[in-house]
Design a protein around this ligand. Structure first.
Ligand code: 1YM
Length: 639
């Protein structure tokens, strides 16, 4: 570049900023693993979506090109190309090289965005081997290329005219392999899920996704029904209780608020809330406002209609949410994100707006649709009856919990330590593996709970039934946290809950049943990272007196390659946990120093939930399709 010979102070500052990103990428994108890699895409997509939110763009294209190069295009106004007063650089170069540029350099106008408009672009540039930006604006095509972590090759220049009145921005980049050492391969499904979600949340916005690494891989998302269509998709495999999705919306003080919901005949509720397209996993004021209004309006209607008598207990929040699928979407000019993962909306004014928009809307809806109103109230009433029955059952569990531990735990072989931070519990498939695990464990810190056959499928059962199931009662009591309203994470008796099942279809079935149980009743335990799957070795390689266990083919091949040519090892495929003797089980799967554990995260609760429902729900056909589609990895089901 021209400037190479003569660095100005501004240049040096810019380069120091980008260098800081390269030194500590985790601070800017969370990690340099797969998640961080995909984060690069979201930063650029966010800028295009912001342009859509501002009302200037209705088409976004995302392409994974050969060599895992990403290209993102929008048909917005095009990033401004003039010179920025503060930096002396073009606005484009400023956006792509100055940390925290964006909002500050932007024009006027209503903006709702997750972060500051455009702030991520420089981070993406800093972490790319090269990045090219092309802008169609004022009849010109502008172009600039950056290399090796954001160094401009030359200033922004006009490379062509565009005859039509085309406008828009295109960003093309290759993530730097020196930063993303773990992987630079993009996962189509990750991009698919999030881009589809963005399309649902922004009705009328078309998003195309292409994978040029593979012939003909392409998906197009355009939902003119917006979150109504989102709810329809979530309820697709369920029996819905009323045909139409209930949709309520409103705007107050520049805050746009939308809710779509529909009841199904299931027992769980699936409520997902968003603010400026960001999934607020931890909820917040928008969700609180809607939930409060739902309980209030349904109780009021039920009382007025004399379905709920004076003497009857009021319907609780849980009662009125049973079987409810709901999307809450809020667009806010100045969102405050709080909570551990910054996914909880904190703006206090939103609670009232949510409660007003949703409450008034729902009240009117129920008046105008008495048949649907009656169906919803009957559903809540039956939930309330079950809740009262469950309370009785839970009291039994709690009373037993107070007894001397050994008196109730029955099949549980507890560890000696009472310090949760060093204690672990293994949930083991089958009595025979359970027996080996008991003999092979470290009795100080490792507890064993053998699970006989299949545990109850909680997707199909209500709380009261689940609580009368012996296996589940034992698990609840052993964990010590309680469930439902009484759940208390701080009472968890083990730091690690380790699911130990065979690497076969039965094993993965039990694992999914357990995960369903966790997802429904113990979600915070998973969220806090306490749940793991043990990975038993797939092969045992013996040569001479040496025994080596390996967990997969890759590791097997790598190990074999290290052996001298004259060694002829014996390779045995491990059969099942039950066939290992206690020493083997300890050495390969349980011992802290040598075992391999995979942490179970509920990174994408929604995806996990869909998978659970498809695998475990009532409907046979979607399950068949799911299993067919995933047959290849049925053994190691990745949920
Ligand atoms: C493929 C990525 O970045 N599109 C994009 C970005 C901007 C604008 C339009 C834009 C914004 C404004 C005015 C404004 C950005 N502009 C800025 C900044 N697509 C992509 N499309 N004119 C154009 O916010 O007022 C940052 S991002 F700061 F220059 F305004």
């Amino acid at each position: 570049m021209d400037k190479n010979t003569h660095y100005t102070d501004a240049d040096i500052q810019v380069l120091e900023g980008l260098e800081a990103v390269r030194k500590r990428p985790g601070m800017y994108i969370g990690s340099t693993g797969e998640k961080g890699l995909h984060h690069l895409v979201w930063e650029i997509v966010d800028n295009a979506v912001d342009e859509a939110l501002a009302g200037f763009c209705d088409d976004i294209e995302v392409m994974i090109d050969k060599g895992d190069i990403i290209e993102i295009r929008d048909d917005g106004r095009g990033i401004p190309t003039g010179i920025n007063e503060k930096t002396g650089l073009s606005t484009v170069e400023t956006i792509f090289t100055v940390l925290h540029a964006g909002g500050k350099f932007g024009g006027e106008g209503y903006k709702v965005s997750g972060g500051l408009h455009g702030v991520g672009a420089s981070v993406v540039n800093a972490l790319s081997k090269w990045l090219e930006v092309k802008i169609y604006r004022d009849g010109n095509v502008y172009f600039q290329r950056f290399e090796n972590g954001g160094h401009a090759v030359e200033p922004l220049k006009i490379i062509d005219k565009c005859a039509d009145d085309r406008t828009g921005s295109t960003v093309r980049f290759k993530p730097d392999e020196e930063i993303f050492k773990e992987t630079t391969t993009f996962d189509y499904d990750i991009l698919y899920k999030r881009l589809q979600e963005i399309a649902f949340l922004n009705k009328g916005l078309r998003i195309n996704l292409y994978d040029l690494r593979v012939d003909d891989k392409h998906d197009s998302f355009l939902y003119n029904g917006g979150i109504i269509e989102y709810v329809e998709m979530l309820n697709k495999n369920k029996n819905v209780l009323h045909d139409d999705v209930i949709y309520l919306n409103g705007e107050e003080d520049g805050i746009i608020f939308e809710v779509a919901c529909q009841y199904n005949d299931g027992y769980n509720s699936n409520i997902y809330s968003f603010t400026n397209n960001i999934n607020t996993y931890e909820g917040g004021t928008h969700e609180d406002g809607v939930k409060l209004a739902l309980t209030r309006v349904i109780n009021k209607y039920a009382k007025n209609a004399k379905i709920l008598k004076e003497k009857d207990e009021a319907l609780t929040g849980d009662d009125v949410r049973e079987g409810l699928t709901m999307i809450i979407s809020c667009k806010h000019p100045d969102p405050q994100f709080e909570g551990q993962t910054k996914t909880k909306l904190g703006n206090s004014e939103v609670k009232k707006i949510a409660s007003d928009v949703f409450g008034n809307g729902l009240e009117r809806y129920l008046m105008e649709n008495p048949t649907v109103a009656r169906i919803i109230i009957e559903k809540a009433l039956s939930a309330s009856r079950a809740r009262i029955a469950a309370k009785k059952a839970r009291e039994t569990v709690r009373r037993k919990g107070d007894l001397e531990i050994t008196a109730f735990y029955g099949k549980l072989t507890d560890c000696k330590s009472k310090d949760p931070s060093e204690s672990e519990i293994f949930l083991v498939e089958g009595d025979s593996a359970g027996g080996s695990a008991k003999s092979g464990r470290d009795y100080m810190t490792q507890a064993i709970l053998p699970l006989k056959g299949k545990i109850l499928n909680v997707e199909k059962a209500r709380l009261d039934k689940a609580l009368s199931n012996e296996e589940i009662k034992t698990i609840i009591t052993a964990f010590g946290t309680g469930i439902g309203d009484e759940f208390d994470l701080s009472k968890l008796r083990y730091d690690k809950i380790i699911i130990m099942t065979d690497a076969d279809v039965d094993g993965s079935h039990i694992r999914v049943l357990l995960l369903t149980l966790f997802y429904r009743f113990f979600r915070p335990i998973v969220e806090a990272g306490h749940v793991y799957a043990a990975i038993p070795p797939l092969y045992k390689i013996t040569h001479g007196k040496t025994i080596k266990y390996v967990i997969d083919d890759d590791e097997k091949n790598a190990y074999l390659a290290t052996l001298p040519a004259n060694v002829k090892p014996e390779i045995a495929r491990n059969k099942g946990l039950g066939e290992m003797d206690p020493d083997e089980l300890r050495d390969t799967t349980m011992q802290k120093e040598t075992r391999v554990l995979r942490q179970i995260t509920v990174d994408d609760l929604q995806a996990a939930d869909l998978a659970f429902e498809t695998l475990m729900g009532e409907e046979v056909e979607p399950r068949r399709q799911f299993i067919e589609k995933n047959a290849g990895y049925a053994v190691n089901l990745d949920i």
